[in-house]
Write a new protein. Structure first.
Length: 297
C-alpha cells in the first residue's frame, strides 16, 4: 500500500480540528483500518489524550520531529498516518512539507496526501481556502464544514458562498454535523474516544455509567460522520492500495495451501481447494479485503 498522509488543520483556531481528527481515528478503528497519528500541538497534545496508543506529540517546526513523521512513512507497518496540526499552524506545516520536498514526492506518486481543511462559519476562516489551495494542487483537498454551532456557512447567501467555495478545485466537501453540547462535554470529561463512550466503557475498558441519552447523541453523530468519511477516505485508501500488494496477500493464502498439500503427500482435496480459490478469491474494493465469489448459476 502506498503510504498515505492525512493532514487535518486550519489556520484559524476554535474550528474543531482535533474533534474531526478524533472522529476520523474512530472511523478507522471501527472499520479495521490501521492508522497512527501525530499531534503537533506541542507539548500538550490534545489528540493524544483521547488516543494515547496511536498518537505521538511532535513539534512540526523541528527537523527531528519532521523526520519522525516523514522518514517513517515508508518503513512503518501502519501505512495510514494522520497529522493533527495545532491551531494556527496549517500554513506553517504545509510550508515545511514543501521545503523538504514532500509535496514534490506526492506529485511524483511516491506518497498519497490528503488535506482536510477545517472551516469555521466566518469570513476569516473561509478566506483561508484561497491561501491553502495552491499548496495541495496534487493532493486530495477536502473542505470540511464543521458545525461547531448553529451557523450556516453563508448557505443563505449564494453569492458569498460561491465567492469562497466556488473558486477552488477540491476533491469534495465534508459536513461534520453539530454534536449535542452536553454529549460533547461528557466525552471530554470521560477522556475516551467517541466509540469507547458509546460502548459505555472507561479508559481502562471497564464498564462505565455514561448516560444512555448522551451515548445515543454521540452514536448518531458518529454514524453521520462515517457516511461522510466512507465515500471520501475509503476510495482514497483503496486507490493507494496497489495491485501488487493485493496479489501478495493472495499469494500468502495460496502458499499456505500448497505447503499443507505437500505436507499431506499431495492431498487431492487441498489441490481442488487451491484451484477453486485461484478462480474465486476476489478483492473487495470497499472493505479492502478478499472474499469468495460464487460462480453465477
Amino acid at each position: 500500500m502506498k503510504p498515505t498522509l492525512i493532514v487535518i488543520g486550519a489556520d484559524k483556531g476554535g474550528v474543531g480540528k482535533t474533534t474531526v481528527a478524533r472522529a476520523m481515528l474512530n472511523y478507522f478503528a471501527d472499520n479495521n483500518v490501521l492508522a497512527r497519528a501525530f499531534d503537533t500541538e506541542f507539548p500538550r497534545g490534545t489528540l493524544r489524550r483521547f488516543h494515547p496508543d496511536a498518537t505521538e506529540v511532535v513539534d512540526i517546526t523541528r527537523t527531528p520531529d519532521q523526520m519522525r513523521i516523514l522518514d517513517t512513512l515508508n518503513t512503518a507497518q501502519v501505512k495510514v498516518t494522520v497529522m493533527d496540526t495545532r491551531a494556527g499552524a496549517l500554513t506553517t506545516s504545509l510550508h515545511a512539507l514543501r521545503e523538504v520536498g514532500f509535496l514534490d514526492a506526492v506529485k511524483a506518486g511516491e506518497f498519497n496526501l490528503a488535506l482536510f481543511h477545517i472551516l469555521g462559519p466566518s469570513i476569516a476562516s473561509l478566506a483561508e481556502i484561497a491561501e491553502i489551495a495552491p499548496f495541495v494542487a496534487d493532493a486530495n483537498y477536502f473542505l470540511v464544514k464543521n458545525y461547531v454551532n448553529d451557523s450556516t456557512f453563508f448557505d443563505w447567501d449564494p453569492a458569498t458562498s460561491q465567492t469562497y467555495f466556488g473558486k477552488v478545485k477540491s476533491s469534495g466537501e465534508v459536513t461534520i454535523p453539530k454534536l449535542n453540547a452536553m454529549a460533547y462535554e461528557q466525552v471530554e470529561i470521560a477522556g475516551v474516544p467517541f466509540s469507547t463512550f458509546v460502548a459505555n466503557k472507561t479508559v481502562a475498558g471497564e464498564p462505565a455509567q455514561h448516560s444512555f441519552t448522551l451515548r445515543g447523541y454521540v452514536r448518531t453523530w458518529q454514524n453521520k460522520n462515517a457516511e461522510e468519511f466512507k465515500a471520501l477516505i475509503g476510495q482514497m485508501i483503496f486507490e493507494a492500495t496497489i495491485v501488487s500488494d493485493r496479489n501478495t496477500d493472495k499469494t500468502v493464502v495460496f502458499n499456505l495451501l500448497k505447503e499443507l498439500r505437500e505436507a499431506l503427500d499431495g492431498n487431492e482435496s487441498l489441490g481442488v481447494l487451491l484451484d477453486d480459490y485461484n478462480d474465486h478469491l476476489k478483492f473487495h474494493s470497499a472493505q479492502f479485503k478478499y472474499y469468495y465469489q460464487e460462480t453465477p448459476g
